[in-house]
Ligand binder design. Sequence first.
Ligand code: SF4
Length: 719
Amino acid sequence: MDLLRSVTYEPAPVTGGYTDRVLLVDLSNYEIEPRELPPGFKEKYVGGRGYALKMIWDETTARTTYESPENLIVMASGPLCGDVRFPGTGKFIVGTISPLTNTFIDSNVGGHFAPVLKQCGFDALVLSGISRQEVVLVADRDKGTIEIRKAPQFGEEIDRGALSYGEKLLMSYNGGKLDDNVAAVTTGIGAKNTRFGIINSLFYDKRRGRLRSKQAGRGGTGTVMSHKGVRAVIVHADAPRVKANNPVNEKGVREAGAALKRVLGEMDPRQLRLSSWGTPVLLEYMNKFHLLPVKNFQQGTHPDAERVFAEVFLDRYFSKEYPDGCYYGCNLACAKGAEEVTLTRGPQKDQRVGVDGPEYETAAATTSMGVFDPQFIMEYNWYCDHYGIDTISMGVTASFLMECVQRGFLTREDIGYDLSWGDVEAIDRLLHETALGKGFGRVCGQGVLRAKTWVAEKAAAKRGMAKEEVLRELDKFAMEVKGLEFSMYRTQESLAQQGGYGFALKGPQHDEAWLIFIDQVHNEIPTFEMKAKALKWFPLVRTWFNAVGLCKLPWIDVRHPDAAKTDNPAQNRPTLHYYAQYLNATTGSNKTIEDILNDSERLQLLQKLINLRQGKGERKDDRIPLRAMAPVYRDEYHGRGVYYGEWLEEQVRDGDVPGDDGERHEMLLELRQKAYQRLCDEVYREKGYDREGVPLAETLEKFGLLDEQARTLLRERSG
Ligand code: SF4
């Protein structure tokens, strides 16, 4: 690899979870700067998402787009990332201005990259500028060097794959072998050709003897990295991981970690069984409770869904002999994978590959396209990772386009071939075209928001209608908010999750508010007031996990045996106490859960400010499509007629439900939309916003966020 720039440095030690240093790389001029963080920075912005938010707030403007040189990609861990004695500590955040939403996106991802980056002496890597040529960045603790190198080429076939390229690159850097002292993030050709490119986090799995990958999947982080000309970042550090965070209180860390591991070991086998089944276990629940997206969220259940339940993957694909943590020390170990899957389609047909997944989301992305084929799911999973595109945005955009065909807005002539529900060959073709930037795939690769406009223009011209008129119809079933495609939960029957998606600052991604299980499956927040309060509380906790560098699943997916004795079992506070203990033992703080929530609220408000600045922060931007609230068309309504009938009877207590079917449907649509607007009012009030969803000045002041930029924003709004 040709060397373009190299600096030597002294790795900063980790103390109490932090190195207090970030690595800045300006790709326009290849400047490399290890920089100390100012005093007070970590106390206010915590780490992870908080660091990314603050840097993007300071360094970008309302005019910044994902392509702007000043746009940053921040890859930040947090103080709790990297200690193998506590479960779920391999997570980091990738934050940037998104090609899909044009505002802040963060995507959390596991693997070894962030723990090794921290051992290299950095809490975060910050990329700015745009390189004139494709480069690879290398941080090597053992050599004490940071380098920018010309990205090597290994041949077209290898170069276009995020996985194949990463493997070759790591081998060539690491003396022809792979080991767990080295990790990387990479992009593939799909990141170049779409707005929903991902960043693959590659790490070596000693037991499987191969590279595995996890993905920063949402919002086009890989597209930005690719646009900056960064093909990969390698981190290398040969250092022990056990006491990696150099905590203030070793015993406290050990005890908190052991307590949580005990709960996971005892309770997970009696509850979701994630450690055996992985997240595909959710398919059965979602199907049973009408939450599984089928045919672009038109239906929530399907008789063929059992063909893709978790046991099918367990029997046919998953390797049972390996524990599957995405980082050392996680005994929930949900990161399932398969060895030696033979591809039956696409450019790599007949190749035998290792597949990391599928996660629930990936499998449900295919049911949304009307496919219930486990082999296709494995291949879809692999190809999306290989190309470097988001399985969710790909699936939801394709589903939207398929519904456009179903409803006559798109024709064979527009696409070049038939594209109908469950047509695996056509879907496979669309996947490859999208990733490779060919044919109709160029439309799909723009995501739902932009594909919607393209379809509206075509359909309006053909029908002699105004484009706006067509758009109004498409808006009803275009499953995006703020420009981001819905993740894979159907919300029609869960008001709480409608809010969870509508108010999510990055757009409808469940990691900001996953209330569907406690609302719809467990019925633990039955009243309107409980839902509204949950929509403040749960996103705060989730934000904290994204700031400190932890996985949320050990908290939210395994209920502590003592949770049932608390006022609000769904909050799982007994487990949260282990997290507070782990935090305090690591950093030397003395925080309560309430302190943690306050830290999170500051970060959420900062994200809200960025949204406001980028034009995505008001009530109108929390709009959700009609399909997310109610059945748009009569056949959807009939398909779930009994449930909707009962719901109407409950709402209209004096028995004034019309007898006419059409009128009942209309009434349902009206009441559902009103309920969502009422929820907006209540949640904004809970959060200290005004009626338009904008934080009040006193709310910002309370969290020390009323800086000059924030004052100007508020002034502009009121003026
Ligand atoms: S629970 Fe799953 S995703 Fe979370 S850290 Fe463990 S293996 Fe990774």
